[in-house]
Design a protein around this ligand. Structure first.
Ligand code: CDP
Ligand code: MG
Length: 694
């Protein structure tokens, strides 16, 4: 079964909206081949967005908000900030911000722009992501940053006064921070007529986005000029090039998508002419598994799979490995990039001709009834599938292999994804808005409204954490301190409690480790050695204390990479822990926490963890012999994840720091506790419930 996908047939179609008076520009851009050597300047001029340079600058000059839609790779992210700068918007020390939902995209895009402009990273062009700031005050004019970081900047500068233009990029992703940001920027706009917004995205939601920026304003008012400025949002559609992509579907549903993608890559390599392959999987675990399987094939297979260069791509990848992904494969070799959905629209890889789409991505889901949020491997939407397919047609006609049937695509795949704000726990979001002085959160002007149940749950947890008071205002100092720490509020609360428990040095280490995906290196086939390595550090109290043991041993080894290798510890992750730890120490000092070590008193550490994570407490079911726990909050069935040192140990009372759901709900990072600490940590939370601790 195969179909044909013609770019153009499903392209965003923007109509001149007469009623709303939406401005619409469309010039046809002829496609130019991307082959051969070209100077950086020539390359820039070949990008589809270049033909719109004047139109973009005109719209930004004359409109408060400009919405720009254009296919991935058309040059929105790398070019528009440069055009804006060239037009003088950074004169007088002003700054252009360009936000991205993903950290890795921030880094990749900043590096590219630095290269194009021939400047040094961190000077004129810089970036800021959580725990990493490569900008210079008064020097950096073009700043790439995550949407989350820009939100944090508003805590110090609510009107974002240093920015002349803010480009909210990848708006179609509808990340939770993007949505909050859009709501706030709309407010700021009324106070700052000099500010210009650019909302850019790969797929079309331009009209609803324009509606969002238009609502609550009278049309008459919108039509009028405020000092020559049009308040009506402008929409610009960048016609991209793009070649035909042939779509191949699976004949039957595939039982194991990792295996299926691996086989497909090998088949492409055997049967298809040259051209790089981009594989979409869901996260580090299945990407590592697939990379490992492909490498094994390359080494053992008699078939000619030796010409493959196999590279993973996911957030948290060290910079050096990221760069490999962007560099072209040597002559005669074929590059295979195995990626999360970051390569869907956030970053462009040159030379991709084949796409293998597993049909899945990792998505956050939250259920306000059970109060459980977890990352789930879930089917993607048709919009995502189309984006993935499009990645094969950038340099010449390509092919896309979908690991699902055509029938499934047509009948079962949802058209669009759900905005993250409608499938997330809202605890962090509420704190941020409260810290910005937005009190009526339900009445906030959301691009998509979160559910009232989720909002109530969040308020309840924040009240129990002592972050909000009876009037739902931030408490002083705890509430303000929690808001100040750029971590999950439960981790922040744990940190603040550690100051009182006298174990802040230890808890800072734990917080740093929890902010990193994993400090271990695991893989298919080495499970036993890995388990043995882990046993060397295993602590009876649980994973958090185990982390402390690893950290201590790492320091004792002189921060040695060989030591890490020998113990299946991820050296890059440990370097990152050191970095994050330093930053957290500085923040802790700034907000007045006492830095102190408990010198081995693990009771203190466990109590501090309980103070932050009491809402994640679980009890082992007495009758259960398969290690079933129930959450105290929602009586949900959960199990200790096999990667935890408490797997099969099953202490009666535990607290987890996150859940992953596969066949069951698994707790990751688990620590044993004494139930009496729960009452101590959050009396309101546990006393309200009928006899919860018995
Ligand atoms: O944002 P959009 O998807 O519209 O495109 P972009 O990220 O600005 O990329 C424009 C072009 O820059 C791509 O087609 C790539 O050729 C190039 N690019 C690159 O070579 N390396 C990067 N790290 C980023 C972009
Ligand atoms: Mg982009």
């Amino acid at each position: 079964m195969s179909g044909f996908w013609k770019p153009g047939t499903e392209k965003p179609r923007l109509v001149d909206d007469e009623e709303g008076g939406v401005l619409f520009f469309s010039a046809s851009a002829s496609s130019s081949s991307g082959y051969g050597y070209a100077s950086m300047e020539k390359q820039r001029q070949r990008l589809p967005v270049y033909k719109y340079r004047t139109a973009i600058l005109y719209l930004v000059e004359t409109h408060a908000t400009t919405i720009i839609v254009g296919e991935t790779g058309s040059g929105k992210t790398t070019q528009i900030p440069q055009y804006i700068k060239e037009a003088g918007w950074t004169d007088g020390g002003r700054v252009i911000a360009c936000t991205q939902p993903r950290r890795l995209a921030v880094q990749a895009v900043a590096s590219r722009v630095v290269e194009e402009m021939g400047v040094k990273l961190g000077e004129e062009v810089g970036y800021t992501i959580r725990f990493e700031d490569l900008t210079k005050p008064d020097v950096t004019a073009v700043k790439f940053l995550t949407d989350g970081v820009l939100l944090r900047e508003m805590m110090d500068d609510p009107l974002l006064t240093k920015y002349s233009v803010i480009m909210v990029d990848e708006a179609h992703e509808r990340s939770i921070s993007t949505d909050i940001l859009l709501g706030l920027l709309k407010k700021i706009q009324r106070r700052r007529p000099d500010l210009r917004l650019i909302i850019s995205s790969a797929t079309i939601e331009a009209k609803s986005m324009a509606d969002f920026f238009r609502t609550s304003k009278k049309r008459r008012e919108l039509k009028s000029m405020e000092g020559g400025l049009l308040m009506e949002p402008a929409i610009l559609s960048v016609e991209g090039r793009g070649f035909n992509v042939e779509i191949n579907y699976a004949e039957e549903p595939v039982p194991d998508y990792v295996q299926a993608t691996v086989s497909t890559v090998l088949l492409i390599h055997e049967q298809e002419p040259s051209g790089d392959i981009l594989v979409f999987l869901t996260g580090q675990d299945d990407i590592d598994a697939s990379v490992q399987l492909l490498n094994e094939e390359t080494q053992t297979s008699r078939k000619n799979s030796s010409g493959l260069i196999i590279l993973p791509l996911y957030s948290g990848l060290p910079r050096a490995e990221q760069e490999l992904v962007f560099s072209p494969a040597p002559r005669g070799k074929r590059k295979v990039v195995v990626s999360t959905n970051i390569a869907e629209t956030s970053i462009t890889l040159e030379g991709i001709v084949y796409v293998v789409d597993s049909g899945f991505s990792k998505q956050r889901f939250y259920n306000p009834i059970s109060d459980i949020e977890n990352l789930v491997v879930a089917p993607i939407s048709k919009a995502s599938a189309r984006q993935r397919t499009g990645r094969a047609g950038r340099v010449r006609p390509g092919k896309c292999y979908r690991m699902y049937t055509e029938e499934y695509y047509i009948k079962d795949m949802p058209d669009e994804g759900i905005p993250e704000i409608q499938r997330s726990n809202l605890v962090s979001c509420v704190i941020q808005l409260k810290a910005l002085g937005i009190d009526n959160i339900l009445g906030f002007d959301w691009p998509a409204s979160p559910s009232p149940e989720a909002m109530i749950r969040a308020l309840e947890v924040l009240y129990s954490l002592g972050v909000l008071d009876d009037d739902a205002k931030l408490t002083s100092p705890t509430g303000f301190q929690v808001a100040e720490i750029p971590l999950d509020p439960m981790i922040s609360k744990m940190l603040i409690a550690s100051s009182q428990c006298g174990c802040s040095e230890e808890i800072i280490t734990i917080a740093a480790v929890l902010s990193i995906q994993s400090i271990w290196i695991s893989g298919r086939g080495i499970q036993r050695e890995f388990d043995e390595a882990k046993l060397r550090f295993a602590a009876a109290e649980g994973d958090h204390v185990t982390f402390l043991n690893v950290y201590k041993a790492f320091l004792q080894s002189g921060k040695s990479s060989q030591w890490c290798h020998k113990n299946h510890v991820n050296y890059h992750a440990m370097r990152k822990v050191l970095e994050v730890r330093e930053q957290l120490k500085r923040i802790a000092q700034r907000i007045g926490l006492v830095l102190k070590s408990c010198e081995g008193d693990m009771r203190a550490v466990r109590k501090a963890v309980t103070s932050g994570f009491f809402a994640n407490a679980c009890r082992l079911e007495a009758y259960s012999n398969d290690g079933m726990y129930k959450t105290i909050r929602g009586s949900q069935e959960v199990y200790i994840h096999p990667s935890s040192v408490l797997f099969r140990v099953n202490p009666k009372w535990v607290i987890y720091s996150s859940l992953v759901s596969t066949d069951k709900q698994y707790m990751r990072n688990v620590i044993s506790i004494d139930p009496s600490w729960l009452l101590e940590a959050a009396p309101q939370f546990y006393q309200q419930r009928p006899n919860p601790l018995h």
